[in-house]
Ligand binder design. Structure first.
Ligand code: FES
Length: 111
């Protein structure tokens, strides 16, 4: 089991679990504002589930890389799509502002 810390909550999950599903199960505010309602439900196309991840996760797949290469995202930023990411270790997460989570201001951190 691995420990996930996000938005001041700590919980566990198994290796290989989908990060988006784990966060929603634990009522973490993965989406900013209206993105809670308007998102692709995890198919990797909307780009609103982005997070900064500290810890071990799966390699970025082509959907993750492709979506984050398009504005308003930037491949230069250290973000990942939660819906395309599998948990492979203990994680600490940070969410940034903006509809797509593309901003530079922190919305919430791990603690
Ligand atoms: S939920 Fe749309 S890209 Fe992750």
């Amino acid at each position: 089991m691995f420990t996930i810390t996000a938005q001041g909550k700590t919980f566990t999950c198994s290796r290989g679990e989908n990060l988006r599903r784990v966060l929603l199960q634990h009522n973490i505010d993965l989406y900013n504002g209206q993105a809670k309602l308007i998102n692709c439900r995890g198919i990797g196309s909307c780009g609103t589930c982005t997070l900064e991840i500290e810890g071990e996760v799966s390699q970025a797949n082509w959907k993750d890389k492709a979506r984050r290469s398009l504005p308003p995202h930037s491949p230069q930023k250290n973000r990942r799509l939660a819906c395309q990411t599998k948990v492979n270790g203990d994680l600490k997460l940070t969410k940034y502002d903006g509809f797509w989570g593309q901003g530079d201001h922190v919305v919430w951190t791990a603690e």
